[in-house]
Structure formats: C-alpha cells, structure tokens
Design a binder for this molecule. Structure first.
Ligand code: AMP
Ligand code: MG
Length: 417
C-alpha cells in the first residue's frame, strides 16, 4: 500500500496549474493571484493634510504656545477634492485629505488654534496658533503609502479584503487570477436520507458528508454543487458521471462505496467510464480506502470513503492540496506543537487526528488529540480547531513530543495561532 506522501505525490504530479485570466476588482475576493503585481502609481497621489486645521509656514509659528500664540491672517481655504492652491504668506484653512498648497510645510490642527475673526460666510480670516510646528507636521506626503514598484500581490496568494483595498487605492481594476476548480459532490449509500423533513426509517441515516464536502469546498472558494445521491446503484452512477461530464466540472468527489464491500462499485464504475485510476488505498487512518482517478476528459475524481471523518480527511489532506496546485499555490507548510498527552498507536499508518491546540503564556503551541477519533464520530469536530498529524513512525509518543498540526483550512493558522 502506498504511503500518504507517495499518494500525495501521484495526485500532485497529475495536476498542472490552471491558466490565469483577467478579472475585475469586484470579483476578486477569494481568488488566487495569477501574477505578482506591483504598484504603478503614488498613494497618496499628492501631499495632503492629515487634519482639519490650518496650513502654515512652520518658521512663522516657532515658539508659539497657548500663552504666547502667534496671530496669522487666513488667506484662503482648500477642502478635500479641491485642486491644489498655491498659498500665500499667512495661514490657509485646510481640511483632512485636501492638497496642501505648495507654499506651506506644516498643518496645525483646528484644536491648536483660536479663531479671532471670520467673514459673513463663517470662514475664518484671522487666527491665533497656540502650538509650534515643524516641516512636515500633519502632512501626508505623496507616495508614503505606496510608491511605484511596491509589491501588491504575490503570485499564488489568496486575494481578500486587504488586497482589494490596496488595488482599489491604486486604481488597478483588472487583475490576473487563477479561477478555482469547479467541483461536484456525489453521495452513495442506500441508507442515506437527504430530505431533512423526512423522518428516518429503521436502517436509515442522514447524509452528513455531502453538506460537509460542499461547505469545505466553498470555504476554499471553490464553486461546488451537490450532484445528489445515487444510493448503491451502479447504473445511476454511470448516468450521473455522464451527466457531470457534459457540464465540464474540474473535480468530482464522491463519498462511500470505495472500500472492500460487495456494494463498493465506484472503482468498477470509473473503469467503465474509461477513467484512469491513479491510486487506490493509502496507509493512513482514517480514510485508507481513498481513490484518485482521472476521467477521459481530464476531470479529477476523488472517491472518498463514506465514514464522515474519513471523507473529511480525504478532503483536507488530498483534495485541498490538489486544489492548491490547480490554483498555482505552493504546498502548505505545517506548524509544530507539543503533544499534551502521550500518544500510542499500533499501526504504522499516518494518523490524522481531530485536535485542539492553544498557546501557553510563553507562546508555546500545545496540541491535545481529542477523545473520540473513531471515523464515524462527528461530535469532536465541534471541539476541533486543527488536525494533528501523527507520523508513520510515531508508535509511542511521549507528552511534550513535537508533532505537525494543520489548521482546518490551509492558510487559516490565524484561527488557532
Ligand atoms: P462506505 O464507505 O460506503 O462503506 O460507508 C462507510 C460508512 O459511512 C457507513 O457507515 C455509511 O453509512 C457511512 N456513510 C456513507 N456515506 C455517508 C454520508 N453521505 N453521510 C454520512 N454517513 C455516510
Ligand atoms: Mg456505502
């Protein structure tokens, strides 16, 4: 049987990154940058005021205090959106974000001034400044946020609200991105009930895998559709795959019917479709029966085992890495944490364990392998904030041993760090 890494290599080697395409800013959230992008303009585009107040010549207000203010005329006014003025010898009324007239080198906030006279329209005409200033005070210089050449996006990074704000500030509307693969989810199992309003008959269970897989794919910003349940009917499987092949899905995931039972019809069904089965079964727990195939038209197929946690591990540790590769992203790196309790296992398989990690007061990361690792047990997912990975060799690990932990979603380490 292949190891986890051998299986993952087969999966990743089968995939090449998808072609980038240009998309408008409005559609970028959750997509992955297809190119490294740098700023081509100055932000702010011009020197502007950080405060509502008065632009001044700083040498004119040297030594000004509350008890010894400096009195100045106000020669004009600029608000945000006005064209830059030239300025004169006195002070100049100015608003936050307004271009600072060339003549001035500092801005004094309104709180540090006293208005002595104003005209009929309420515009200040004579003021007393009660603080001193220095060149550059309260002025936001052009290009101090972004200058041409500054890095905005790295190829392969996920675009979120922070990148959107930066791109918008720079007026970069068309960005090269790699679209996420489109996925379809099939459920197998005669025992499954999809209709939540339908009471369970003896022998039936609710379908929890399909909603989980759809949610897990969408959490990675992959458009995913529920392709329904085919019970344990191989003919329905053929029909379903034929229908999905018409719709150009990049990725199909099924749960159940890939292990050793008499009704585990997925491998034969895929062969009937002319699919190439690239691997089947990996030395992992849970999730050993996992299958990976390529359909004749290039779509990838994951046959995930039916047990809910086996399906979850297949998604997290095989499908997520494939999706990253398809999106031109680098393989994930793990974080290490100290085991809270000793861990023993009898099998030389790689174990993926529902786990919870936390930082102690010294910043050290600790991980607790949660009780209830059986592959049918969903309830520990509600306590889980990470996966702990116990390597093949970790048969007897003492408390304090360092193990790899992975966040629930790649790149979401912030969730537990
Ligand atoms: P299988 O891999 O088809 O042998 O299924 C293994 C176990 O997972 C069985 O107990 C199934 O009832 C259960 N199972 C299969 N599919 C689902 C599903 N969609 N939701 C919840 N449990 C499932
Ligand atoms: Mg089944």
């Amino acid at each position: 049987m292949l190891s986890y890494h051998e299986t993952l290599d087969i999966i990743l080697n089968a995939a090449t990154p998808r072609a980038p395409q240009k998309m408008a800013l409005d559609h970028l959230t959750g997509l992955v940058a297809g190119e490294t992008l740098t700023a081509d303009a100055l932000v702010p585009p011009f020197d502007n005021s950080a405060m509502d107040g008065f632009a001044v010549h700083s040498d004119q207000i040297a030594g000004a205090t509350r008890t010894h203010p400096v009195v100045l005329t106000v020669d004009g006014s600029t608000m945000a959106g006005d064209r830059p003025a030239t300025g004169q010898r006195g002070a100049w009324e100015i608003m936050t974000g307004a271009p600072v007239p060339k003549a001035y080198d500092a801005v004094i906030r309104i709180e540090d001034s006293v208005i002595l006279e104003q005209d009929d329209a309420g515009r200040p005409t004579r003021i007393a400044i009660t603080v001193s200033g220095f060149p550059g005070k309260n002025i936001r210089k052009a290009g101090t946020d972004f200058a041409p050449g500054d890095r905005l996006l790295d190829k392969g990074m996920r675009i979120g609200p922070p990148q959107i704000m930066a791109l918008a500030a720079l007026g970069q509307d068309q960005v090269s991105v790699i679209p996420a693969p489109r996925a379809a989810v099939i459920s197998t199992g005669k025992e499954l009930v999809d209709d939540m309003d339908q009471p369970l008959k003896p022998g039936q269970i609710r379908n929890s895998n399909a909603p989980y897989l759809l949610a897990g794919l969408r959490a990675l910003d992959c458009p995913a559709v529920n392709a329904g349940t085919i019970f344990d009917d191989p003919e329905k499987f053929d029909q379903k795959i034929n229908a999905l092949r018409q719709q150009d899905f990049d990725l199909i995931l099924s749960s159940g019917a890939v292990s050793m039972g008499r009704h585990d019809f997925i491998p034969d069904g895929l062969r009937r479709q002319g699919a190439e089965i690239l691997c089947h079964k990996a030395a992992i727990r849970p999730g050993k029966p996992i299958l990976f195939a390529r359909l004749p038209d290039g779509a990838f197929y994951f046959g995930l085992p039916g047990n809910p946690i086996a399906a979850a591990v297949g998604l997290r540790f095989f499908a997520y890495p494939l999706i990253r590769k398809l999106r031109g992203q680098r393989p994930e790196t793990s974080v290490v944490a100290r085991l809270k309790n000793a861990f023993t296992k009898e099998s030389p398989f790689r174990f993926f364990q529902k786990a919870r990690c936390h930082h102690d007061s010294e910043g050290q990361l600790h991980v607790e392998v949660l009780p209830g690792q059986e592959s049918y047990k969903i309830s520990p997912l509600l306590q889980q904030n990470c996966w702990a990975v116990i390597p093949e060799t970790g048969l007897n690990l003492r408390a304090g041993h360092l193990v790899d932990v992975y966040p629930l979603f790649p790149g979401s380490e912030g969730g537990f760090l």
